[in-house]
Write a protein that binds this ligand. Structure first.
Ligand code: ADP
Ligand code: MG
Length: 472
């Protein structure tokens, strides 16, 4: 990025409100899509103060992971856009468990103009990712048709033009478009752009009186790949331009490949004539991955990982099954989940066991965190140590009561969002210093006592997942 430009922008922004979308885009650029998708996307902006910001993440594990690895870079990204920021605070908000993809896309759309100074170069948005190719696209019944149609287009054996691929978020549409681009760019000029970028480029060209160049740019390509076309909705002027671009390209025999989150006839606020052009080509969909496909993807990734790190860290079949069974929403979430397991394995030089995996993936699992109440924790801890609740909450200091009490307090601290005084109140009005002491005692014991670790894990499993089997 041009320095003087950045400086100017910075002084302009000095007292402006922080634009979180820009910071996100910046983090994504800096740390890469994988880290962003797996970790940073979970961060929700809460509030901005004079010299710090409050962010929230869905689980403690994610907070700890982010703060121990990416905090500096996040802070730097924030500082780039607001100099005064000197620290970041995180809160855990389990309400944010599921990502709000729709809102997010909408937000990005709204903020599109602000992203301009981050990604100035036209090269940047026409980048084809060499890691997303046909070769590493795993097929199953839900995506086979889309895969084969894409392959045919890239082998020049398809007469269908355009090819229209649709499906939900994270199903592999962009991966397929990228694969087509990757193949075809060997012998063609290829333009790969999201509808958002197309729109941004369009608006920018109008503002700078550069429409001639814009038209030339898009109409001279042999292959036009447009991702997420649904974002064109309502933008009449742009649709007009797109329609003419489309016709011009088709006339000269260029290939057009489009992706969207829904079939052509269900696109809202898109001109009928455009929809009918889309319907006139080949329309294929990608469905949610079934168990077979998920299993295939997980096995493949784990096999690659196990081969790469032949130093003893092996991800077990049990974990493989667990992920394939439980992460069902999309392939993106599936890949994200596997990456987390890998990250954990690399950092701790051991593969996570089932209980650890559940904690790592908690926000991706369809489990309701709100079920965790202090009462539930106390009940399960008492049952586990065979004491009564009255005994646990009493002030008696017998050893057989003190430990379970401390464990109950510790688990409440780590599994709920309750503050120390709140926890104190729930444990018979104990002082918050007693609560801190209990937490520290258990943390210390965990370091040297494997039985303690095991008991805590078992209890965690029971509390979080209603799981009374011995899983560890
Ligand atoms: P979409 O564009 O439909 O939202 P993406 O193409 O971005 O989804 O896919 C999300 C993630 O999942 C990417 O990392 C992609 O590489 C991966 N992915 C999707 N489908 C497959 C597949 N069939 N095989 C391997 N990886 C896949
Ligand atoms: Mg996509």
């Amino acid at each position: 990025m041009n320095n003087t430009f950045t400086e100017n922008k910075l002084s302009n922004l000095k007292s402006e409100k922080l634009d979180w979308e820009i910071v996100r885009a910046d983090m994504k650029n800096k740390l890469g899509v994988d880290i962003y998708e797996s970790w940073l996307k979970k961060i929700v902006f809460v509030e901005e103060f004079h010299n710090y910001v409050l962010l929230s993440v869905p689980t403690r594990f994610i907070r700890d992971w982010i703060t121990s690895r990416y905090l500096d870079q996040i802070l730097q990204s924030l500082k780039n856009h607001k100099r005064e920021i000197i620290r970041i605070e995180f809160k855990i908000d389990s309400q944010n468990l599921k990502n709000q993809q729709g809102d997010e896309n909408l937000n990005q759309l709204k903020k599109k103009e602000n992203i301009s100074f981050i990604r100035e170069s036209s090269l940047q948005y026409n980048r084809i990712d060499p890691n997303k190719t046909f070769e590493n696209f795993v097929t199953g019944s839900s995506n086979k048709l889309a895969f084969e149609a894409s392959l045919k287009v890239s082998e020049n054996v398809s007469n269908y033009n355009p090819l229209y691929i649709y499906g939900g978020v994270g199903m592999g549409k962009t991966h397929l478009l990228n694969s087509i681009g990757f193949e075809l760019k060997k012998n063609n000029t290829v333009m790969f752009i999201s509808a958002e970028r197309f729109m941004y480029q369009f608006v920018k060209s109008i503002k700078s009186n550069d429409m001639v160049k814009f038209k030339e740019y898009f109409r001279n390509t042999n292959v036009l790949l447009i991702d997420d076309i649904q974002f064109m909705n309502g933008k009449e002027a742009m649709q007009e331009e797109f329609f003419h671009t489309f016709n011009a390209l088709k006339e000269k025999g260029s290939k057009i490949i489009v992706s969207a989150d829904r079939p052509p006839n269900r696109l809202s606020r898109i001109q009928e004539r455009i929809k009918s052009r889309f319907s006139g080509g080949l329309v294929v969909d990608i469905q949610k991955p079934d168990y077979e496909l998920r299993k295939k993807i997980v096995s493949k990734k784990i096999e690659e990982f196990n081969n790469l790190y032949s130093d003893g860290v092996k991800i077990s079949k049990e974990i493989e099954d667990f992920i394939s069974k439980e992460i069902t929403a999309s392939i993106r979430e599936l890949v994200g989940a596997i990456n987390r397991i890998f990250s954990f394995s690399r950092i701790y030089t051991k593969a996570p066991n089932l209980s650890e995996s559940k904690v790592i993936l908690k926000d991706l699992l369809n489990l309701n965190e709100n079920k965790v109440t202090i009462d539930l924790i106390q009940t399960l801890v008492c049952k586990f140590f065979k004491i009564s609740k009255n005994e646990m909450l009493s002030s008696r200091r017998s050893r057989y009561l003190v430990r379970p009490r401390q464990i109950g307090i510790y688990l409440t601290k780590i599994l709920t969002a309750k503050s120390l005084p709140e926890i104190g109140r729930e444990f018979s009005n104990r002082d918050h210093t007693t609560i801190i002491h209990s937490v520290k005692t258990i943390e210390k014991l965990k370091e040297k006592d494997p039985t303690m670790v095991e008991n805590i894990n078992k209890l965690k499993n029971q509390i979080l997942y209603n799981n009374t089997e011995d899983e560890i």
